[in-house]
Design a protein around this ligand. Sequence first.
Ligand code: FAD
Length: 421
Amino acid sequence: MTELDQNQYDIIVVGAGMVGLTGALACVSEGSSEALKIAVIESQSTPPQWRPDKFDNRVSALTEASRQILSHLGAWDEIEQTRISPYQNMHVWDADGVGKVNFCAADIQQPVLGHIVENNLIVSALTHQAQQHPQIELLYGSGVAELSPFKNNIRTLELESGQLLSASLVIAADGALSTVRTLAEIELKEKPYHHNAIVTTVKTEKEHGLTAWQRFDETGPLAFLPLSKEQEGSNQRDNHYSSIVWSVTPEKSAELMALDEAQFRLALGAAIEFRIGEVLEAEPRFHFPLIQRHAQQYVLPGLALIGDAAHTIHPLAGQGVNLGFLDAAVLAEELQRAIAAEVCPGNLDILKRYQRRRRGNNRMMIYSMMGFKKLFEQPALPVRWARNRGMDLFDKTSWLKNPIASYAMRVNSNLPKIARG
Ligand SMILES: Cc1cc2nc3c(=O)[nH]c(=O)nc-3n(C[C@H](O)[C@H](O)[C@H](O)COP(=O)(O)OP(=O)(O)OC[C@H]3O[C@@H](n4cnc5c(N)ncnc54)[C@H](O)[C@@H]3O)c2cc1C
């Protein structure tokens, strides 16, 4: 690879997904970064299109902290005006007993527990903000092929098209199978969850009641995430739709994927114990294996990993992209501090500050998800009894339950500035 003076940036973000775009926008969101020049590289040829007539089958349950970040970056207004599904309750129960936990926004003096938003809408809204930003250049249609070592405070990237770009810092936001992470030879700890996630969108007989329903059985958790859309010809909301994330063993996944639509709807309705009536309609299903991944380091000189490029976790608590948004916001905060002090953004000491603030936190979430999954898989009677009893006790102990609900929403003070509102 030869270095070129042209195509030189301060920061190159690889991946124009939810986290990469958030990282790029967060880096230029403060006055001290006015002179920064950022490129965002995306292998897809165009950004995803949000469709008014159809829910995206990939959605995210966003915490309040994520909403604050998107709002600070100017994307929340578009998201809110387009389509959001707030939820006020979360009802979790054990299929194998009487254990249950109810979380309620009113109990923690909040209007909502969070919002379900379609992934393609989040990316669209962030893309529109990035397109309007004079310091950000979006380059679609060619992925990263090569990455040089950090030399003279510069890394050079070669794209699949042969184009060369260089920057003081490369931010890898290229998802779970990150090419940049591989090229940089960063070690990855990987562990299959032995679960496949089946995702689809359904219409139910009864309204969901702005409630996220989640039932655990020994084959895995099933979540009905409430979706809401305007009813045609009126200002009323139609609350009969839910996004499904059904995590099951690979054997059960094969069985469920083999069912025809009517059989699948019946199986799904029975699995959620018909809490919101029968499943009347189901979109085509998609399934994929769930794998826990954690990069053993998030940073190298001139390189930082964020979002799924750094970690992937089980979707049972819907935390993946929320962690990714916090990675992006914390990294941007540290970079702005460096830029104000005229330190190169690729400086390893600066990047290590980001790693210190995020890696332990993400690891704790990864272990918690593994713990939850294991707890609900246990067939032994004493464990099942203790689990059900524990859930019931927890549900009745508001001094414990409510702070945990607040923490899960990230309504606490240990946050990057832009996540605090
Ligand atoms: C079933 C399921 C349900 C989930 N539900 C939730 C939830 O409710 N709440 C939540 O917080 N999280 C949830 N998650 C996790 C969440 O979806 C991910 O954490 C999130 O999508 C990660 O975003 P990202 O931007 O890091 O990566 P991605 O969304 O994977 O984006 C990566 C981008 O990089 C691009 N790219 C890839 N390779 C290259 C390359 N070589 N060069 C250039 N560009 C490249 C891709 O095209 C893509 O645009 C769920 C996950 C699953 C599997």
